[in-house]
Structures are given as C-alpha cells and as structure tokens.
Design a protein around this ligand. Structure first.
Ligand SMILES: Cc1ncc(COP(=O)(O)O)c(C=O)c1O
Length: 377
C-alpha cells in the first residue's frame, strides 16, 4: 500500500511571493551578503515588532552569540536561562565562555521567575558575576517579562530575550522582540517564518546594534584596508535570504492566523479526550508556532510515545517537547535550579503538526489518524 504524503511538524510555507522575491534579489545582482534587501528587511522587521534597531544575521544562534557579547557577558560569568529550550540557547552561552544556570519551568514551559530570582541571588551571593538572564519564549508563548524585568533591574543583570520561537506573539500588550535589552529571532526552516536559515538581533540601543553589526562583519575597522582590533565573525545575512524574509514577513499575520486556527481545532478535538490537555497558552497572544498536547498516562492509558510511533507509521511527523538542558549529556555538570516540572513536560508532551501551509484535508487526516489510534487503545 502506498503511503500518504508526509505531513511535517512545521515545514516552510513558501509560494509565489517568495519565488518572486528571490528572483528579484538574484536579478538585482545583490547575491552577496548585505545590500538593499538586507537593509529593507531590517527596517521592515523593526517596524513590525516595534523595535528601534534590527541587525539581520546568519542564524538565531549567531544572534544569541553576539547578543551575549553586546551585553558584555564575560568568560566565567553565570547566565540564567530556561532548562526547557533548544540547545542553541545554552550553546551560545558556552561560546562566550560563560556557564549556563538552568531554571525549571512553569506549567506552560516558560521558566519560573521565582526560581530565576533564587538563581541570581545564589550566584551573586557566592561571588559569581551573573552576566545575563535569558528568558526563552517557548513554543511561541512570550515568557513572563512582567516578573522577569523587575528582577533584572533589582539585581543589575541585563536581559537577552530568546524570541526565536515567538515572532508575532505578544504578552500583556508587548510584542516579542521588544522585551529585554536585546532580543533574538530565528528564521530557521521550521520557524513561524523562514529565510531558509537566518536570524536577527533587535534592540532599542543604537550602540549595541552598531557593535553587533561590526562583530558580525569580522570586526572590520572603518578604514579603506582590512584593519582588525577585535575578534570578529562572519555572521551577516545574505541578500537572497533577506528577500525571502521580506516576502514571508508580508504574509506573517495570515500565517499566524492559520496556526491559531489549527490550535483551536486541536483544543476542540482534545476537549473530549480523557487525560489529554494542550500545553497551556493564550490564543490571542501566542503565535501558536507549535501546538502540543500533554498526556496523563494514568488517565489516558496510552503514552505520547505510542501516539508518536503510530503517527510516524502513518507518515505524520510529531515530536517530543524539548528535552530539558539539565538532562542533556552535554550539560550534565551545569547548575540547575528547580524540581521536575520541565522533566514532566518532556515525558508527557508531544508537538503535533502545526505548520501554516498544512491544508484542511491534511488536518482532517491528522485528526482521523489520532481517532483511529484512540479507538485501538
Ligand atoms: C529557542 C531557540 N533558540 C535559538 C534557536 C536557534 O536558531 P537558529 O536555528 O536560527 O540558529 C532556536 C531554533 O532553532 C530556538 O528554538
């Protein structure tokens, strides 16, 4: 029996607008990094989120790396971040020679501000400098900045917002990307919008934006020959990628609306399924990048892994939630503050197909297959 075509978790949603933009960039002759498409993409993204300055970079990871440098994080510093995140957040902290201190989650996956405060106090009392706090907007829900920003202020620690997953989301009327001293976006292929690969740093601080641009272009001094005083990086975005990003940005509200529709459909569907709830969120605020269920096996009688394997056999991609960083072999020696909330989310969660290009028949197929699975358990 031929398998149905694969339904992916969050594939790129690209079409004629993106094709036209990429061809435009190629025809213009600006296929090298930088150029007018990059400048325009920065201006348009800054306007969309309401940030003063935007620097387009080669990835979200590069943006995190340079964001930490722009905040003055030093080797040996501690940096407080969420244990529930993609490894890039923690790796960027390691790139600058700092040590991540991982903090446990609230039930929506974002880090617990009370534990953040404990972590900052403990580090500072032991004489360790805390270089930054890095909240992560997990799965497109903005972290609780109303609680985190006062901690930053009280203890004198800057905030780098990892908004890689939350472009277009808001919380308490404030847009992702405008919170913290610097914020970072990702345009990786599976994100809410893509440049095939890319990222951006946003800030209201002109000097920090200038410094990040400088570091991202090999820290070249503004003289006619190649003069370098500082260690730099080749982290800028290419013109072709920026053109793609501009087309995606013009469609972003419509793409977010479609992801929210899918979230609503999952909510309705699972409302009647015992032992299953959706990862808590807010449909009016979150960008609904991924929609995830939490399964209480003692009630449902089946595990998220069993559903994952069943759907995989039907060519439907799903994925466990992020494995917490303090459980990763790479970070086994890192400090961790908290209990088992993130660990329980990891074991009970499953992210379901959530892409904005998913058609209605594909969504019907996903729900039909889940129904067949539920009948078989
Ligand atoms: C929370 C988080 N931070 C950072 C990144 C890194 O972004 P990039 O893949 O663009 O380097 C990602 C996604 O990949 C992410 O989900």
């Amino acid at each position: 029996m031929a398998l149905d075509t694969r339904i992916y978790l969050s594939p790129p949603d690209v079409g004629p607008a993106e094709e036209e933009a990429v061809v435009r960039a190629v025809k213009s002759g600006w296929v090298a990094p930088l150029g007018p498409e990059v400048d325009a993409f920065e201006v348009e993204m800054a306007a969309f989120v309401g940030a003063s300055h935007a620097v387009a970079l080669s990835s979200g990871t590069a943006a995190l790396h340079l964001g930490l440098k722009a905040l003055g994080v030093q080797p040996g510093d501690s940096v407080i971040t969420s244990t529930m995140t993609f490894v890039a957040t923690a790796n960027a902290i390691s790139y600058v020679g700092a040590n991540p201190v991982f903090v446990d989650s609230l039930d929506d996956g974002s880090f617990d501000p009370a534990l953040v405060r404990d972590a900052v106090e403990t580090e500072q009392q032991s004489g360790t400098r805390v270089g930054a706090i890095v909240p992560v907007d997990v799965y497109g829900r903005v972290a609780n900045y109303s609680a985190v920003l006062p901690i930053s202020e009280k203890y004198g620690v800057p905030v780098l917002a990892d908004a890689a997953e939350s472009l277009g989301a808001s919380r308490d009327g404030r847009m992702a990307g405008t919170l913290g001293d610097v914020a970072v976006l990702s345009f990786n292929g599976n994100k809410i919008m893509t440049t095939s690969g890319g990222g951006m740093l946003l800030t209201s601080n002109a000097e920090k934006a200038r410094y990040v641009r400088y570091l991202a272009t090999q820290a070249r001094e503004p003289v006619v020959h190649y003069e370098h005083r500082e260690l730099g990086y080749n982290y800028r975005m290419s013109s072709v990628c920026a053109a793609l990003g501009r087309a995606q940005l013009s469609r972003l509200p419509e793409m977010i609306a479609r992801r929210r529709t899918r979230r609503r459909q999952y909510q309705t569907y699972f409302a009647d399924v015992p032992g299953v709830s959706l990862l808590p969120g807010n449909l009016d605020e979150d960008n609904c990048w991924l929609s995830s269920i939490l399964v209480d096996e003692s009630v449902s009688g089946w595990s998220p892994l069993a559903l994952q394997q069943y759907l995989e056999g039907r060519n439907i991609e799903t994925r466990p939630l992020w494995k917490p960083m303090h459980l990763q072999p790479l970070y086994r020696n890192a400090r961790f503050v908290g209990g088992d909330v993130a660990e329980r989310l990891f074991h009970s969660g499953l992210a379901l197909p959530s892409g904005s290009s998913m058609s209605d028949p594909d969504m019907d197929r996903v729900l039909r297959e889940i129904s067949t699975f539920l009948r078989s358990t």
